[in-house]
Design a protein around this ligand. Structure first.
Ligand code: BGC
Length: 720
């Protein structure tokens, strides 16, 4: 399609239609749109809908095709609609939440899962996904940490790029779906962890820590980007010219489409930076926002703004062209359905291959937080009790689960019963998962089952809709009821493993002290129960490593391993420091309960012989950092070897350590392997006191190990 020619033939209203995205509810081809209800409230008339260029949240091939036909018939140039949806961690087959996927430290796995999601979504008519989310997640009170790979810029960037590769492929396969990186920028740092709250950070912090993961996705070729809801320094991201124009378009060379978040134009009125919707459009267009999601202010007010000379026709044309270009790249002008097909939906959704991948992802992203030796349980056990509010709960797929359904999910109880067909597996819920619950109606039964069992699987945690958008929490503890249940069950049977379900790090110091083993499954998706059972009974070996720290207490949030040192660091951040004018809490340690990078296995891996190929490097040279890792255990396993760097003295204070590289090794029992990382001067660059992105000569510490806390260390110098 010659889209420039098409553009030249389009009316202004048609162009503005392409810059508008509405929810599926307005396109219900079956009842011909509900214009009197929500549409009227949003000032949306039938004409607006007939010219609208894209739509979000459609869910099936059949409906998509019908809607596409109707839309193309009404659109004067028969321009096809673009269908978008939040395909965040799977479509019908759901794999673990992105925070869990971060814990896999496995880019190939992430890419494979994203590919699977793209295929399932594409056959249901989805053209673009609103994923990946690259907001650095350092405050577990914020409910949306579940959508982020975690707290580290390097890990997030690598996971983000893998998501983009998986969704988008090389753009030639009909199952490829463009990705939309979000929420640009720093949405993960809202004040006090409260969703949508203002973000305050310096240009240095923004550029050094918060922007790199979005940048990694742009470098991976992501086709779309979504500005965040929040303000930074009082400026809503939708109106932030510095972000959307200076940094994104000019510095990073982004050529794709910018789409606002849901209703974000109107929210600028609520923020108090625009007097009305018309002013909001002027701000958004001049900042560089192309599509307006879920409101029609651009459609309604752009003409007046053009007449007043406050926005230009060049801006409208350039934005429209970007949208048409995306449609053209997708081949929609030739085939407006792409691969949408009911037959393909039946073939692909929840197919055995996809379920197997989802199960493997759940196994590889689970983190064994603690194990005093009770795990793995023997498969020869005769009597097992599966207890707790998540024992037979199917709501474990996680929030933002696309078209995933609870009824497709395998519970822990079902997983254990399948794995141990000859064992007697008893169960009781104990109590509900409601926040703040105090009553434990099945306490007696739970204690009885626990005391009679050879082993107990105690399933506790946070319900799937207690994290995600709008679900910030000020307390991150388990409810009093869950803790009463835990104490009683652990008292009744010491051969108990706790299995946690959660969309964020929780505050569990007491549980951690009294439970002999804790396996964190996060929100594991469709195959969660099978994965949990295989991990608990040793058919799979845990290998996930935390991508986000578990605080001792909510008062520590935000908490992350790569903090600055301060001028008065405590001598021992792992203990409560009793006295002194130092950077401490009087009631909890400074360090988290479980650190970034932590995660146990049924094997022990030893690290030895950290050696550097040189003591000094210069720009253009490579420094090899070698270490030997040995599997001292009796099983095959995977171990994520992590490399951190500390710049000892610089023109600005640098983090105590920063992850620079990692590799996930596969090791047979008794096997050892040499791992060699390469460091160059480019890896040592940062935003210096002058604002330049550069390295500074001096001494660096390089650390390699199994977590951000258990590391071998050596030093080298950079000379320039
Ligand atoms: C969320 C976005 C999402 C959009 C569309 C918004 O509320 O912030 O992450 O992509 O809705 O569903």
């Amino acid at each position: 399609m010659d889209i420039k020619k098409l553009l030249s033939e389009m009316t202004l209203a048609e162009k503005l239609g392409q810059l508008t995205q509405l929810n599926a509810v307005f396109f219900n081809a079956e009842n011909d749109a509900d214009i009197t209800g929500p549409a009227a409230k949003l000032h949306i008339g039938e004409d607006d809908i007939s010219l609208t260029g894209s739509v979000l949240n459609f869910t099936s091939a059949a409906l998509m095709k019908k809607t596409q036909d109707a839309a193309m018939a009404r659109q004067p140039h028969h321009i096809p609609l673009l269908f978008m949806q939040d395909v965040i961690h799977g479509f019908r087959t759901v794999y673990p939440i992105p925070l869990a996927m971060g814990c896999s430290f496995d880019e190939t796995l992430v890419e494979d899962c994203a590919r699977m999601a793209a295929k399932e979504a594409a056959v249901s008519g989805v053209h673009v996904t609103f994923s990946p989310m690259m907001d650095l997640a350092r405050d577990a009170r914020w409910g949306r940490v579940m959508e982020s790979p975690g707290e580290d810029p390097t890990l997030n960037g690598r996971v983000g790029a893998a998501f983009v590769r998986g969704y988008q492929g090389d753009g030639t396969d009909p199952y490829d779906i463009p990705a939309c990186v979000k929420h640009f920028a720093a949405y993960g740092a809202p004040e006090a962890g409260r969703d949508y709250a203002p973000v305050e950070l310096s240009e240095h912090t923004l550029r050094e820590y918060y922007l790199p993961a979005y940048r990694a996705c742009v470098d991976a070729g992501v086709k779309m980007i979504m500005p965040a809801f929040n303000t930074i320094g009082g400026v809503p991201c939708t109106a932030n010219r510095h972000l959307l124009d200076t940094i994104l378009r000019r510095e990073w060379g982004f050529k794709g489409v910018v789409i606002s978040d849901y209703h974000a134009h109107h929210e600028m009125v609520k923020h108090g930076v625009a007097e009305n919707d018309k002013e909001a459009v002027a701000l958004a267009v001049n900042a560089g926002c192309d599509i307006e999601m879920m409101s029609t202010a651009t459609y309604r007010f752009a003409k007046e703004l053009l007449d007043e000379g406050r926005i230009t026709m060049e801006q409208i044309d350039a934005a429209t062209l970007r949208v048409l270009e995306l449609k053209n790249q997708l081949g929609l002008f030739e085939n407006p359905y792409r691969v949408a097909s009911e037959k393909e939906e039946k073939r692909l959704h929840l197919c055995p291959e996809h379920r197997a991948l989802a199960r493997r992802a759940a196994e590889e992203s689970a983190v064994l937080l603690k194990n005093d030796g009770v795990l793995p349980f023997s498969k020869a056990l005769r009597k097992v009790a599966v207890i707790g509010p998540f024992a037979k709960e199917q709501g474990i797929k996680g929030n933002w689960a696309g078209n995933g359904r609870d009824e497709d999910c395998v519970t822990v109880l079902a997983g254990v019963r399948t794995l141990l067909p000859d064992a007697e597996v008893a169960t009781t819920r104990g109590c509900s998962w409601e926040l703040g619950e105090t009553k434990v109606p099945d306490l007696e039964e739970a204690v009885e089952l626990a005391s009679e069992a050879d082993a107990v699987v105690l399933c506790l945690g946070e319900y799937q809709h207690h994290s995600g958008e709008g679900n910030s929490r000020a307390t991150l503890t388990l409810s009093p009821a869950q803790m009463t249940l835990a104490r009683a069950v652990l008292d009744a049977n010491k051969n108990t493993a706790v299995v946690l379900f959660n969309g964020r790090p929780l505050v569990i110091p007491e549980l951690s002290a009294i439970a002999p083993a804790i396996l964190d499954m996060w929100q594991p998706g469709t195959e969660g129960g099978n994965a949990a059972a295989r991990l608990l009974f040793g058919d799979a070996n845990p290998c996930g490593k935390l991508s986000m720290s578990f605080p001792y207490h909510e008062g520590q949030c935000p908490i992350y391993y790569s903090h600055l040192h301060t001028g008065r660091p405590v001598a021992n951040p792992k203990e409560i420091t009793q006295t002194g004018y130092c950077s401490r809490y009087m009631d909890v340690p400074v360090d988290p309960l479980y650190v970034f990078g932590h995660g146990l296995s049924y094997n022990t891996y030893t690290y030895d012989n950290l050696t550097l190929s040189a003591d000094v490097i210069h720009p253009g040279e490579e420094l090899e950092v070698a270490v030997t890792v040995k599997n001292e255990g009796k099983r095959y396993g995977k171990e994520t070897v992590q490399l951190y760097i500390r710049d000892k003295v610089a023109s600005v204070a640098r983090p105590v350590k920063e992850l620079k590289d990692f590799v996930k090794l596969e090791l047979e029992a008794g096997e050892s392997a040499a791992v060699i990382f390469t460091i160059t001067e480019e890896d040592l660059r940062f935003h210096t006191v002058s604002g330049a992105f550069d390295s500074e000569a001096g001494e660096f510490e390089v650390m390699v190990g199994k977590s951000s806390d258990e590391l071998l260390a050596a030093t080298f110098r950079l000379e320039k």
